[in-house]
Design a protein around this ligand. Structure first.
Ligand SMILES: [Zn+2]
Length: 291
């Protein structure tokens, strides 16, 4: 079932404009409509599959963040980069927060949880997808719940959402719940694709960062500024994810039907990062938020 939003999920604004139509290149090939809130600039998929019917749009063996199979070059690159970024992510956490209790919301197959746990963090995870959860290593399964209401723990020093918030139907409920579980000095790390990036502008409806209908919202820096204000959070830092431009460009090249996706993706990824040095509009950004 499709559901239609009558107010902006970020700022509750009611003035929208139709932006463009975007196909689900990854799986269903269905076409979805993106609208832009004229107040906060958030694009959102509208109408969108409701929470029950979205499940089938994740049913693919190759939805990578949920799978450990390696079946293509892009997939292999994704995994190599993932292991490099694990180290960087943890360093970033320790730069802004006390090493203590960590909640990874949308932890997928648990790679980051496992790495953080090995480095002295007391970890908890939330992952709604059964297939992903079944791949979490045995010593961690008791620390991962399928939904937030099932989690009893509070007082987190860090809550991470790495490319997760754009998938969450009940945005307000989830954010309020997460914030209520944060320590007074706790920090939220929010990693999101940025539709103002050069790669997004280049590929438009073929940009892999839109990933409709799985991505319900498409953010840029202004949207997150408005979102933070609404929830009483401060943006203390905005950190680029420079690998994402390459990965996203390669996938976008594939969606365009081009050949040599690896080389083309490398070139466009490099260009996007180079431009972002000046504009700060990287392909993906991590927002560091405090109360
Ligand atoms: Zn809005």
């Amino acid at each position: 079932m499709l559901e239609t939003l009558n107010a902006c999920p970020v700022c509750n604004g009611t003035q929208f404009e139709k932006s463009f139509e975007c196909p689900d290149h990854f799986l269903s090939k269905e076409v979805f409509n993106l609208q832009r809130c004229t107040n906060c600039n958030t694009l959102f998929t509208n109408p969108r599959p409701d929470q029950e019917s979205i499940v089938r749009y994740y049913k693919s063996d190759s939805y990578i963040s949920h799978s450990n199979q390696s079946n293509s070059l892009i997939n292999t690159i994704y995994k190599t980069v993932r292991s490099i970024t694990l180290k960087r992510k943890l360093k970033m956490l320790e730069r802004f927060a006390f090493k203590g209790k960590l909640l990874d919301y949308g932890c997928g197959t648990g790679h980051f949880l496992s790495y953080a746990s090995q480095h002295g963090w007391n970890v908890r995870g939330i992952e709604p997808d059964d297939t992903a959860r079944s791949q979490i290593s045995d010593n961690l399964t008791s620390y991962v719940s399928s939904s937030l209401p099932e989690l009893e723990d509070k007082g987190f020093d860090v809550i991470t959402l790495f490319h997760v918030l754009e998938h969450v139907h009940n945005l307000e409920e989830t954010l309020n719940d997460l914030i209520s579980r944060l320590n007074r000095n706790g920090v939220i790390f929010l990693a999101l694709p940025n539709y103002k990036s050069a790669d997004a502008k280049r590929y438009q409806a073929h940009w892999a960062g839109y990933d409709v209908p799985r991505h319900l919202y498409h953010f840029e820096q202004k949207s997150i500024f408005q979102l933070s204000k609404k929830y009483g959070l401060n943006i203390v830092s905005t950190i680029p994810m420079k690998f994402d431009s390459y990965y996203v460009s390669m996938l976008s090249e594939k969606y365009m039907g081009n050949t040599s996706t690896f080389m083309r993706g490398m070139i466009q990824g490099y260009r996007s990062n180079k431009q972002a040095k000046r504009t700060r509009e990287y392909s993906s950004l991590i927002y560091v938020l405090t109360q």
